[in-house]
Design a protein around this ligand. Structure first.
Ligand code: XUL
Ligand code: CO
Length: 438
């Protein structure tokens, strides 16, 4: 493993909250046990190849601002090879167990389907060797079927079948790569699976095409031995004005309608949930309570504006709320917490990549500590359980079981009279939550 690109950085260690070393973890002690598992096992952190090793802080208004020393060649394949070395040097120094990629982040597109496959395969061999040497694993792979101009009208929902074929070729190769690298999950983020205007769109037809495409991908994946979860990553908009995978609830309805529930779960991203006017915890809860929480893209938006800023997560409240859902879900495995987050355009030192990840990791480690503490506060459980106690026995229980008619409800209403007021205790619960901030 190389020491070429970040020579001044040693392995990031846990030094505890009293250390003033900002190149160390204050809260993430990977071997510390919480609720019977180590922090490493709970959090399953992953580095996103595209933001951290590929994009150079470009935005829609201008080119990149950071120059990656692994991108010095004029040959994109040479750069892709150096990128593998840089990625594994970074990930091992950071000390997280996983990474995630799009096909096009790891290897450049060629001038034909087979040349693209060849490029991908060549890089996959290098990634595999690095995985074996370092023990770092692949959390998920995916295909970028949204950047190339051919996908301007969508990939699987494109009105042109020829474009659907191109998307199929890419997803097939990305599945091959994911399986070859032992990936635990495979993600579909429907970047342009939506529309820009209803006047030129047959929505029902596009949704059915998406279902057909996902079933074909599922069938191929299972055929080549992929045993992990397929994940859909909801997002309501951007780049299209209206995306079909709007939020967790919408995706669950779609999976049910398209008969995909046995193989697919959700990859919930914080900033996508907030773009859909939900909280991060809301979309996680919808997924978890339907048994479909597959994995998490950890980042955050900006309260001041609506778009997908992909900030690194630093908000302790958000992290604690998210980790409550994860703990109550019994964990996130075989998913994990992928930092689908980018440093700011004016963060131009390579060390900034470390600071960003250290901050995100510590935020979620602290969120985990707080979440465990809140869950174990008897008042937190009691207050919620008590609110529903009228359904635990008697007519309330019978109602839950479906054996109370509307006429019965009417008679019970008359018999019981006006219900007593019961406080929701919101402020008390918020204060209780704050008492667990450590
Ligand atoms: C885009 C986004 C993607 C997916 C993978 O908003 O989140 O990076 O996570 O395609
Ligand atoms: Co994402």
């Amino acid at each position: 493993m190389s020491n070429t690109y970040f020579p001044k950085i040693d392995k990031i260690e846990y030094e505890g909250p009293d250390s003033d070393n900002l190149m160390a973890f204050s809260y993430y002690d990977e071997n510390r046990k919480i609720a019977g598992k180590t922090m490493k096992e709970h959090l399953r952190f992953a580095v996103a190849y595209w933001h951290t090793f590929f994009n150079e802080n470009g935005d829609p208004f201008g080119p990149g601002t950071i120059e990656y020393p692994w991108h010095k060649s004029s040959d994109p394949m040479e750069n892709a090879k150096h990128r593998v070395d840089a990625a594994f040097e970074f990930i091992t120094k950071l000390g997280v167990p996983y990474y995630c990629f799009h096909d096009r982040d790891i290897a450049p597109e060629g001038s034909s389907v087979s040349e693209s496959e060849k490029n991908l395969h060549e890089i996959v061999k290098l990634l595999k060797a690095q995985q074996e040497e370092t023990g770092v694993k692949l959390l998920w792979g995916t295909a970028n079927v949204f950047s190339h101009p051919r996908y301007m009208n969508g990939a699987s929902t494109n009105p042109d079948f020829d474009v659907v074929c191109q998307a199929g070729a890419q997803v097939k190769a990305a599945l091959d790569a994911t399986v070859e690298l032992g990936g635990a999950n495979y993600v579909f983020w429907g970047g342009r699976e939506g529309y820009m205007h209803l006047f030129n769109t047959r929505m029902r037809r596009e949704l059915d095409h998406m279902g057909t495409f996902l079933r074909a991908a599922r069938d191929y994946g299972r055929k080549i031995g992929f045993e992990g979860n397929f994940l859909i990553e909801p997002k309501p908009m951007e780049p299209t004005k209206q995306q079909y995978d709007f939020d967790s609830a919408t995706v669950i309805g779609f999976l049910r309608e398209q008969d995909l529930l046995d193989d697919f779960k959700l990859n919930v991203e914080a900033n996508h949930a907030t773009l859909a006017s939900h909280s991060f915890a809301h979309d996680l809860t919808v997924a978890a309570e339907n048994g479909l929480l597959g994995s998490i893209d950890a980042n955050r938006g900006d309260n001041q504006n609506g778009w997908d800023t992909d900030y690194f997560p630093t908000d302790l409240y958000d992290a604690a709320e998210a980790m409550i859902v994860v703990l109550e879900n019994g964990g996130i495995a075989p998913g994990g917490l992928n930092f689908d987050a980018k440093i700011r355009r004016n963060s131009t030192d390579l060390e900034d990549l470390f600071h960003a990840h250290i901050g995100g990791i510590d935020t979620f480690a602290r969120g985990l500590i707080m979440a465990d503490s809140i869950i174990n506060d008897p008042l937190y459980k009691e207050l919620r359980d008590d609110r529903y106690a009228s359904f635990d026995s008697g007519k309330g229980k019978e109602y839950e079981n479906g054996s109370v008619t509307l006429e019965n409800l009417r008679d019970l209403a008359e018999e019981k009279g006006e219900p007593a007021k019961r406080s929701g205790k919101q402020e008390l619960l918020e204060n209780l939550f704050n008492r667990h901030i450590r």
